[in-house]
Design a protein. Structure first.
Length: 268
């Protein structure tokens, strides 16, 4: 799969299928393969672009000078420029929705449709921010994600009651446990601080095109609860869809429902 040099670092991405372009922005601590069910479906009639976040998958480390979600949005737009893709649909989950919203606001004529999943563009509640930052401090100091932190971090992504022996759960746990110290310290931790130290974008949501935007959320999402996505949908004036039996990575916990919703929305 191809790479693109952006801000001096190699960004790895998938480019599959032909037709109208769909840019997929994924979650923190996951690479582009989290979109496998959607890539398989959408690439039949669309050109799907799915980058790895910096320090994730096969992308190189966070470029020097990357300090905000606006930088991530600018870098994603640069990728589309390099691929000569002028107009595209954007589906962003978690941090993908955070920078995706900023991209849509910065280049409204280029984003034809915007799907925001399990995300929130307001500031992180202070208690939560401090808690996540304390985890980053521990990871940075140890140069690893130790067992006790894996027991805290991994369940956050899934609905309560998921089988901890399931392939989905165990795969994420193994991926996080295997992250090397340099990747954690140079990319994962600083990127996490950017995400959870973000500024407030809620006052600008009314600028989005409501008829071409939809907000979706797993009905059992813990880190980004449905109340947050409903707040965003009301500020945008767009549709709000709850994804049944799904937590934060809703596209993998209920891929059939998500695929049906995405296909219907993109066709409309």
């Amino acid at each position: 799969m191809p790479f693109s040099t952006i801000d001096g670092q190699q960004l790895h991405y998938l480019d599959q299928g032909q037709g109208p372009a769909v840019l997929l922005g994924g979650s923190y601590l996951w690479d582009h393969t989290m979109w496998a069910p959607q890539i398989e479906l959408l690439s039949r009639n669309h050109r799907v672009i799915a980058p790895d976040l910096w320090g994730h998958g096969r992308s190189e480390q966070l470029p020097e000078g990357t300090t905000s979600l606006d930088d991530l949005a600018r870098q994603a737009l640069r990728l589309m420029d390099e691929l000569s893709i002028d107009c595209f649909n954007l589906v962003g989950l978690s941090v993908g929705g955070m920078w995706g919203t900023r991209l849509a606001l910065a280049a409204p004529k280029r984003v034809k449709a915007l799907v925001l999943m399990d995300t929130y563009v307001g500031v992180e509640p202070e208690m939560t921010r401090q808690y996540y930052f304390s985890l980053f401090d521990k990871i940075e100091a140890s140069g690893s994600v130790p067992e006790p932190l894996l027991d805290i971090i991994v369940p956050i992504f899934f609905r309560p009651g998921i089988d901890p022996q399931s392939a989905l759960y165990q795969q994420l746990r193994a991926t996080l446990a295997a992250l090397p110290a340099d990747r954690l310290r140079n990319s994962i931790v600083p990127l996490g601080r950017i995400i959870f130290g973000r500024d407030d974008l809620l006052p600008r949501l009314h600028e989005l095109d409501a008829k071409n935007t939809v907000v979706m959320c797993g009905d059992e999402d813990k880190p980004r609860p449905p109340s947050e996505s409903l707040e965003m949908a009301e500020l945008i004036g767009c549709s709000h869809i709850l994804i049944p039996q799904a937590g934060h990575i809703s596209n993998l916990e209920n891929p059939e429902f998500v695929n049906r919703m995405l296909l219907g929305f993109l066709r409309s």
